[in-house]
Write a protein that binds this ligand. Structure first.
Ligand code: SF4
Length: 304
């Protein structure tokens, strides 16, 4: 596997931390759009071997797009997405949160100019586009703290609109139970049809509040394909839904076949006794994500 991100920042120091963070953010954006994670590559290849006819031909096109990106650095798909960061700050890692978020935003704008990326971000009413792939509230940045850790972990998801538009939330009642959850997920995948560019990863959020449930569904799509949830009850729900989804016959790009989804991933939070929220967030076949871990000694490690 090759990477086109030759400008990756590989070390940092306290003196240059925020400038380096902006460069890391820029590198992550390019990496996510051009260097698909190994689990996604493996899932596309496995589906290619399973399918035939039109479905197989669509998967051949996907494999070719990955290869072209590896060779040339051209992004795998034309959609530069809407950038969402998931940041985990170790409590032993000294960082100013406001400057960190500003640096991440700056990096997205730098990458947009540096790599001539399409700016996909607009004002929701005026549709004004300042050609930076940033704007009020964008990039979205989720922050978690890790007690005792001495590193900073930054995961970037530049989410494509085709799949993000296929997002669903329903405030079920407790009486709807697990059957209601399963029905809602299957109905959502049927409603999405070919629009999220299948084969997909179907992320499911369970519990919490309406907003937390939707966020959990997106987080669920980030788990590498092939890693079931560690809790057996959730893993069983994931496996059962994946089997049911792949019997729907939607197939790669909606052209029919046995691979509508590569995986179903669920994450949950406890909820109110009179609530049963469920959310669906779908990731397209491209499965773009890139990660940088900044260690206490200044090393910067890139991954997915
Ligand atoms: S949904 Fe994914 S594969 Fe489809 S156009 Fe958008 S980014 Fe590309």
């Amino acid at each position: 596997m090759t990477s086109s991100t030759t400008e990756l920042t590989t070390t940092t120091s306290a003196a240059t931390l925020y400038e380096d963070l902006a460069e890391i953010s820029s590198a992550l954006y390019k990496k996510a759009l051009t260097d698909l994670p190994p689990d996604v590559r493996g899932a596309v290849s496995a589906a290619q071997n399973r399918e035939s006819g039109l479905a197989r031909r669509r998967l051949d096109v996907m494999v070719n797009a990955i290869g072209t990106s590896d060779r040339t650095g051209i992004i795998v798909c034309q959609d530069t997405g809407i950038c969402v960061f998931f940041v985990r700050i170790g409590t032993e890692f000294a960082v100013n949160g406001a400057r960190l978020i500003a640096a991440l935003r700056d990096g997205i704008a730098r990458a947009t100019v540096r790599y001539s990326l399409r700016s996909s971000i607009v004002h929701p009413l005026t549709r004004e586009n300042d050609q930076s792939n940033t704007g009020r509230g964008v990039p979205v940045v989720h922050v978690d703290f890790v007690d005792g850790a001495d590193n900073l972990d930054i995961l970037l998801l530049p989410k494509g609109s085709g799949s993000e538009n296929m997002s669903f939330l329903k405030m079920l009642t407790p009486a709807d139970g697990q059957a209601g959850i399963k029905k809602f997920v299957l109905d959502s995948v049927v409603a999405a049809g070919p629009k999220p560019c299948p084969p997909t990863v179907v992320g499911i959020g369970l519990g919490g509040t309406a907003d937390e449930c939707a966020a959990l569904a997106k987080r669920a799509t980030l788990r590498p394909i092939g890693e079931p949830h560690p809790e057996p009850e959730i893993a069983e729900l994931e496996a059962g839904l994946l089997e049911a989804i792949n019997q729907l016959g939607v197939g790669p790009q909606g052209l029919g076949g046995v691979t509508t989804s590569f995986a179903v991933h669920a994450e949950y939070a406890y909820t109110h006794i009179s609530m049963n929220p469920v959310a669906v967030n779908i990731q397209c076949w491209r499965g773009e994500r890139a990660r940088a871990t900044i260690h206490a000694d200044g090393r910067v490690e890139y991954g997915y």
